[in-house]
Design a protein around this ligand. Structure first.
Ligand SMILES: O=C(O)CCC(=O)C(=O)O
Length: 272
């Protein structure tokens, strides 16, 4: 495993308390170059879970499980910096890769990533589910930095998944009666404790799967915003294919209560 970036106890405390934090300089320029090239390969010839769309002004390139289609994404997810980062933030004797995902907002793709928390979309239960979002470009309010509702990972509120594309709100997800409709956070921002950070290339956001987050559209004329997220699960996580979860993340052959260990969700760290 590659040696990880410097992460302090205060960073870990912030993640545990607020549900989100930032690690500066987490991904070397060599890794950034490999990821940038892999992103261009996926844009030119997308893997099977492509969920890209055009909005007025620009294109959004989204895809997931891209590590299964490209050796550089695979090396990054299985043995690269995010494994060391996840190990530092999650107290785990066993870590599985859940999946990875591309979020490329080209200049002018001025469409927000709606407020949501991730875990309602995913067929997993447990608390130790962590995402590491890698910036490949300077990421600011103008081109769609991520924003988080501080502490929302502790609310235990499961919001109904909705689609993210231009048909925002028209759900591609089955409705789960146990989930609630998400409030209109954007219309009432002052009511929430929203935190955000600008990132430089190689910086990462680290956030819990239950933390509410959002990203504005890319309102710039000439700055891309390439984000690449890798997601891991720790000891307490089990397979839980609830109604409303995202089909591409389902693991064939698994039933509720199973460990995730599989070709799709490989073990990236084990203490034993
Ligand atoms: O990059 C974005 O716009 C959204 C990212 C996101 O929602 C995630 O990584 O879970």
């Amino acid at each position: 495993m590659s040696e990880g970036p410097h992460i302090t106890d205060a960073d870990v405390d912030e993640y545990q308390r607020d549900g989100a934090t930032v690690v500066r300089g987490a991904v070397s320029s060599e890794w950034q170059e490999r990821l940038a090239a892999a992103i261009e390969r996926d844009i030119a010839e997308p893997g099977p879970f492509d969920h890209s769309y055009d909005v007025e002004g620009g294109r959004f390139h989204g895809n997931l499980r891209v590590w299964q289609n490209d050796p550089d994404f695979a090396a990054f997810c299985l043995d690269g910096p995010p494994v060391a980062i996840a190990r530092r933030f999650v107290d785990a004797s066993h870590l599985n890769l859940l999946y990875d995902q591309l979020f490329v907002k080209e200049a002018g793709a001025n469409h927000p990533t709606r407020w949501h928390n991730d875990q309602p979309y995913w067929p997993v239960s447990g608390r130790d589910v962590i995402s590491i979002w890698v910036a490949l470009d300077p990421t600011t309010a103008e081109n769609g930095r991520l924003e988080f509702v501080r502490g929302s990972h502790e609310w235990d509120r499961w919001f109904q998944p909705e689609s993210f594309g231009p048909n925002n709100g028209a759900s591609a997800y089955e409705r789960n009666p146990a989930y609630e409709t998400i409030p209109d956070i954007e219309a009432d921002r002052d009511a929430y404790d929203i935190v955000s950070w600008d990132l430089e290339p190689g910086d990462v956001y680290v956030f819990s799967a239950m933390t509410l987050h959002f990203a504005a559209g890319n309102a710039t004329a000439n700055r891309r915003r390439r984000g690449y997220t890798v997601r891991y699960c720790g000891d307490d996580v089990r397979y839980d294919p609830r109604v409303g979860t995202s089909t591409p993340v389902h693991v064939p052959g698994k039933v509720a209560g199973d460990l995730l260990d599989s070709e799709q969700c490989p073990v990236v760290y084990s203490a034993t």
